[in-house]
Write a protein that binds this ligand. Sequence first.
Ligand SMILES: *Cc1c(COP(=O)(O)O)cnc(C)c1O
Length: 468
Amino acid sequence: MRYLSTRGGVTPVSFSQAVMMGLATDGGLLLPERIPAVDAPTLRAWAQLPFAPLALEIVGRFVAEDDIPRADLARLVERSYATFTHPEVTPVVAVDGLRILELFHGPTLAFKDVALQLLGNLFEHLLARDGGHLNILGATSGDTGSAAIYGVRGKRGIDIFILHPHNRVSPVQEKQMTTVLDANVHNIAIDGTFDDAQRIVKALFGDLAFKDAYRLGAVNSINWARIAAQIVYYFYAWGRVSGGDPGRRVSFSVPTGNFGDIFAGYVAKRMGLPVDRLVLATNRNDILARFVSSGAYESGDVYATVSPAMDIQVSSNFERYLFYLMEGDAAAVKALMDGFARTGRLVVSEEKHRQAQADFASTAIGEEQTMATIRDVFDRSGYILDPHTAVGVAAARAVGVPDAICLATAHPAKFAEAVTGAIGRGVPLPSPFEDLLERESRMAVLSAEADAIREYVIETLRALSRTA
Ligand SMILES: *Cc1c(COP(=O)(O)O)cnc(C)c1O
């Protein structure tokens, strides 16, 4: 299996190269040259598999045997999901007429673990195989940082530097990052905002001499391996609900920000998974819901909400969907994205707009409705939704797909403030985090200057005698 850019400017690369490249070198996103098809007998067989063996089957369809041999991939997949605390990894639970696909049993209690556990193991494997040292640099407003840190902690060949705004993330979020004491994990609290942190990271990636000398890498949601890993739980959930009957279609409701999670569901459907509706649920930051309703993709202001992981106005994976919507016409995608970069607006034809409406049902859910949904589900069943999951549940009901499988993207204890606001009580942190707030932690507090951060990275790597 080879990978191409959505903008057509990259000679085909292997899965391994796609993983190490992240963003395509022409500014586009990488996609497999074809989507593997799954027939009815395979669906039936897959419905019987536990999560990790199913992940091997599915991810294996996207990796050539002469790139990563099956036995190696099996080891990486096995190790990635052994860190989950639930025996099913991603169980489907029935709650008051709802079906909830719990994706939060990984090491940081959020769905990003499903992808980042695998990505960390892939990085380590590929660096050991091909040589070299990778320095991951990223900024976080809270959630992605901890999942990335847990993905690579203790891994050979990798250091990770994560910037967060000092005293501006929740205590649980801060401690989830800073209590990881492995020698290759470097938390940096900057005296500034999340925007400052992002600006610094961007500046350092833009310093090409530094970026190349220190082999800087990113773990953002555009890495193809993350999408491949996320396809797995759509098949897994279908298997639990259908019992393996290929005639049984199900719908999914997906709380959406950067479009990575729901794009994985779209790929699963194109592979042949019997999916009826895909509900694209957004919070007040509704660029994607507006696109589905109007055919215009247009960025607006970013609002802070109770579901902060979805406070996004430009969705980094949207371009991948656009490539399929344009039926693989990379020149058309490039023209649309160039126009979007210039004007902040992109409009598709009437016909493509109709196709998007066939592909997704979508709605934006406001703050009141999110809180009311947490309260309502709790009152009726005692089950506590996190605010992101509540957006998905509310959207499934609003667009008339109440039997959709709702993806639960975070454990409610991670968003205790919103939950307490909705139901008047908090949720204790589950095992093994009961004592998280008392644990020893480590971080550097630095000024919000790119030069100070660059210097810190260089000094830290020198002190550890790392060489590129
Ligand atoms: C990242 C995240 C989302 C959004 O997922 P995308 O792939 O960016 O659409 C939703 N919920 C939670 C809790 C998240 O961390």
